[in-house]
Design a protein around this ligand. Sequence first.
Ligand code: ADP
Ligand code: MG
Length: 651
Amino acid sequence: MFLLVVVLTVALAATLVLLVRSRRPGPIPVERESHLEQLFETFPHALTLRHLDGRLLRANAEFTRLFQYSVPEVVGVNIDRLLGVPGGERASGGERLLSSASKVWRQTRRRRRDGSQVEVSHTGAPLSLAGKTVAFYEVYHDLTQQLQAEATITEQQRLLEAFFTQSLDGFFFMMLDRPIHWTPEADKEALLDYAFAHHRVTRINDAMLAQYGYTRDQMLGLTPSDIYAHDLAQGRVQWRRFFDAGRLHTVTNERRADGTPILIEGDYVCLYDEEGRLTGHFGIQRDVTERSRQEEALRESEEKFAKAFRSSPFPITIATLSEGRFLEVNEAFLRDVGYPRAEVIGHTALELGLWRDPEARTELVRRLERDGMVREYEFVSKTRHRDRQINHIWAEKINLQGQECLLDIVWDVTEWRANEEALRRSRQELRDLAARLQTVREEERTRIARELHDELGQALTGLKMDLAWVRGRLTRPQADLAERLQTLINRVDGTVDAVRRLATELRPGVLDLLGLVAAIEWQTQEFGRRTGIETDLDLHSDGSAVDDVRATTVLRILQEALTNVARHAHATRVRIGFTQTRERLQLEVADNGRGITPDELAGRRSLGLVGIRERAIGCGGALEIEGRPGNGTTVKVRIPSGAIGAEEVVA
Ligand SMILES: Nc1ncnc2c1ncn2[C@@H]1O[C@H](COP(=O)(O)OP(=O)(O)O)[C@@H](O)[C@H]1O
Ligand SMILES: [Mg+2]
């Protein structure tokens, strides 16, 4: 542009000489003058001709356009003030132009008619006629656009530089020492030989140095031979493919300066000169080691969980929290509700009518929002197959792409519930039956005991009395008969004792006569006497009343426990503890024998222990049996006393 201005200016100088001359008397070549006028007017920059004293002689249309003054406004005026020429510049302006034979060029600033400033280049030169300066001309060229363009370019360069140096991606240039013709006909192997020795890293940013852990000095100047030292053959294959295509996107396994592996994802682009020769290339690359490790871990974990999700035998769903719109459900869920997948995904549980009571879902969401999770929440659903299904739901609040969702597992407990109820009922029936049997047995025993005692006892007593009477009637010579009678009487006595003992065992009279504590005492003494095992009794009673059923239960449990000690324990000592309060009865039988084993405890064939437990439970109590190998067995029963039981029933 500046060149153009100078050329035009020189051309003009010649023209103006003619112009000025034409103002003087003499023959005027009219045609020529009009050409010059035209040239002056159409000159593409603001152009003025000024008298030596500074007054304006002429100005062209471009001057009007640039400074907004019309020609008549400025002709005959010294325009320096109008255009805001600074004092210093003004003083040296015309004079300097005049004193100098050469052109002057400067970049400066001028004022328009509306007061705005404009950057211009200002060129001027004296106009001499016959060796004498007669006027001077000036050309103003509007620099606004040019300056703007320059500023833009500078800014862009600055940005590019910043982009290169500060990018978090690694940037580099590798340039060949001299360009090569990479064409299909070329001897590519030879060119690769050259490139591998002469294609050098010329620029590199900090991010790239950080990726490899090298210093700039270590990396600048590296060639492919250095970079691919660990696998030259592979490097050449890759390089060849790259040069063929002109660009390359790859993910490569590389090494850091310290030898650790690094996974690099890079984009590489070849650079060419005007002749199409390859001059080098630049690359952008990222360290994707961590990212790919994370992706792999994520993929693995997703696969694991997706499998668990899909193959779970329990229905699992993921739905939006607020609406319950299904995003994902598994096969078990579809089977359970009986709808095809397409009718479920994108629809809500309420739309499908799965919740019999929509309020129950609102409550579930409320709990989830409060606690983040819900465990074993029970709700009743309606599926395609079933009008009423009882479920337990386990739910977690999860966040999927910024959306609050609910992940839940549902367990259909309808059948389980029914079974549980049936089992409970059947157990209760069994217990009632067992209790009834015990009662019947006790009644039977009581009756037999009474009959033994009363009928047989009385008959035997009668028999004994009769025998005694017969013995009284005997005479001396019948001594042997008397002796035989005495033996008979003794035998009847023994039988009476046996009958009494039998009757007592069937139904200890002490129980009725003296109560539970005395019966326990009597039973213990009997046991010690019969077995020779040392007994140790520890009785506490606050004297409160015990009903017959409970008293019998405690006594029978004691009898069975003691029988077991005699039969199985090989014990030398047994301790019997009994506490009777208003609240409860507690019996403990602890021997020092071999100790019952867990297997024996779990044995179902052993009716004795089962009987004990049933009796205890039948009275609302609990039984604990503990065996210590070689260290004895303890049987512990706790039964709420009748009084409390009655209150409980009332309550
Ligand atoms: N005090 C004890 N010491 C050691 N073993 C015992 C004791 N009580 C019970 N057992 C073991 O537990 C089993 C079950 O007892 P039980 O139900 O009373 O059946 P049974 O007495 O008819 O064998 C016994 O066969 C015995 O092996
Ligand atoms: Mg037994």
